[in-house]
Write a protein that binds this ligand. Sequence first.
Ligand code: AMP
Length: 112
Amino acid sequence: MTIFEKIIHREIPAKIVHETDDFIAFHDANPQAPVHVLIVPKRAIPRIGETSEADAELLGRMLLASKEIARKLSVFESGYRLVINHGPDAGESVPHLHIHLLGQRQLQWPPG
Ligand code: AMP
């Protein structure tokens, strides 16, 4: 079981900001910006590159929810970034698909 499944099953705590039947969003434990939230499907999909057509609706709903979360956390106007890390070079550390939502500071481009 991944650490995110433990959060989904309430076996370890997290600061949850949004939840539906299919996904959950909570604050990152090691935030890289003043606002750093992870949007995580409840189904244990390992990573973005292992999704399929069957996941299209779920992925779409997670992306649509990101704008509501951005509004809720007051970064919609100032700006925010969505990031998905796939594999070692991208820095993926938890093998359970998640979208990072980062904001409330000036983010650099290109990312490090
Ligand atoms: P990634 O490197 O893209 O796989 O992102 C994994 C993220 O999960 C990192 O930003 C971690 O800080 C975060 N993380 C790991 N464990 C926890 C936890 N228990 N609660 C919240 N965030 C976590």
